[in-house]
Design a protein around this ligand. Structure first.
Ligand SMILES: [Zn+2]
Length: 421
């Protein structure tokens, strides 16, 4: 030896949590040429261009937000700025859920994926219109607005960014078209061998017809269509048609599907997080696999850089200030261990993407995507969008991240201020 190693950046004295390797404790991480070059008890004597003391902070693999809406401009007011939700919020990888479709994936690649600092991937929409205006026009989402063949060929041509298929199973749609669209979604997913991601919880008003399906019926029709590795989203929604039946129980058929069929659960926070529902679902023994924030232009307030004004979130969505780290704080408050929550934003989403050889872990030789968090102790007010408030004793906040070895402060206007109780 005798030779002093040189790094571009050393993250020194942090508490590392890397669920993929079960590494937990105090380690230094050295980054060189954009990749992780060393993980060591001490790099104190190593030369480096920039040493960042992260003592008292948590160092985890770059966070992956499994449920983003960042097809900015094209999806109207719905799509947020990718890097505001991504690197400026401490998140290195975003999965847009159903923004791009077979007709708009080219624009998504050119205008969103390529110019963004954040790594942006997508679950392509089953519908031709994708997520335009946040699905405000239900009539566009019926079987007539779907072309399986076109979506299959688009997905195949874009497998570097398309990692799954997005569709909705909710009672407004079911009252109009039954499960036809979900079946076509599964046909697409099966043809390209990608997972199907299903939104649960009412989104559209039910049709004026006499026969309105019950939420229980929806779950019973949906589950046989789903395959192992497919994803059910919004388990904690308080809207009808979710995990909890009309009598307040978690559907037994759902418990069976999750535990025996290998379906995965994504929190998909957004306007679908109720502490009450979360307690019931967790209490029934269902644990989410991943934790998407589901922020979009109707559920977060958008700062307008041009005149300093702010466009308020749409009250229809029952908004409370949130983002990915607020969602992590809420799960911590609900009693889920920190290591498991970190897995939900790192190694588990990497598995959902089938990219666990590239993402979601701290491994020497890999691209240096690393998130650094503060976990503050005190009394913090957290509220869900039903209006319930809790006082949490810990608050997770992003400090900064490295994306491919470059440093980005977590200074996004989308990181909510701490509300001290
Ligand atoms: Zn969403």
């Amino acid at each position: 030896m005798g030779e002093v190693e040189t790094f571009d950046i050393v993250l020194a004295n942090g508490t590392v949590i890397d669920p993929a390797s079960s590494r937990k404790g105090r380690f230094d991480i050295g980054v060189r040429d954009g990749v992780i070059a060393a993980i060591s008890d001490s790099l104190a004597s190593s030369a480096c261009k920039r040493r960042i003391d992260v003592s008292g902070q948590y160092v985890i693999p770059g966070m992956i937000d499994t449920h983003a809406h960042v097809y900015q401009y094209v999806t109207g007011k719905f799509g947020l700025s990718p890097d505001m939700v991504g690197v400026a919020s401490g998140v290195t990888t975003l999965i847009d859920q159903g923004g791009p479709s077979c007709m708009t994936i080219g624009g998504f690649r050119n205008f969103i994926v390529e110019p963004s600092i954040s790594r942006v991937l997508a679950f392509i929409s089953t519908y031709l219109v994708g997520g335009l205006e946040g699905h405000l026009y239900p009539d566009l989402y019926g079987p007539n607005g779907v072309n399986a063949e076109h979506t299959i060929s688009s997905a195949r041509e874009n497998l570097d960014i398309v990692k799954g298929i997005k569709a909705h199973a909710e009672i407004g749609g079911q009252s109009r078209w039954g499960m036809e669209v979900v079946k076509i979604g599964q046909e697409i997913a099966t043809a390209v061998d990608l997972p199907l991601y299903i939104h649960l919880g009412q989104l559209w008003p039910t049709a004026d017809s006499a026969e309105i399906p019950s939420a229980d019926e929806l779950i019973h029709t949906l589950l046989p269509i789903m395959k192992p590795g497919d994803i059910l989203a919004h388990p904690f929604t308080r809207h009808p048609g979710g995990f909890v039946s009309e009598t307040g129980e978690v559907h037994p058929i759902l418990l069976e599907a999750v535990h025996q069929k290998g379906l995965r659960i994504d929190v998909g926070h957004g306007s679908h997080f109720s502490f009450e529902t979360a307690r019931r679902v967790l209490g029934a023994g269902i644990m989410p696999f991943t934790l998407g924030a589901d922020m979009h232009g109707y559920n977060v307030s958008i700062p307008d850089a041009s005149d300093g004004s702010e466009r308020a979130a749409n009250p229809f969505f029952g908004v409370a200030p949130f983002n990915l780290t607020i969602a992590m704080s809420e799960l911590l408050h609900l009693g889920i261990p920190l290591e498991d929550i970190v897995a939900m934003v790192t190694t588990n989403p990497a598995k959902m993407l089938r990219m666990e050889d590239e993402l979601g872990a701290l491994v020497i030789g890999r691209e240096a995507d690393i998130s650094v968090l503060n976990i503050e102790t005190g009394r913090f007010k957290l509220s869900d969008n039903s209006g319930e408030q809790v006082v949490a004793d810990k608050l997770v906040r992003p400090a900064f991240c490295l994306r491919a070895g470059h440093y980005y402060d977590a200074d996004s206007a989308f990181v909510p201020d701490a509300i001290v109780a």
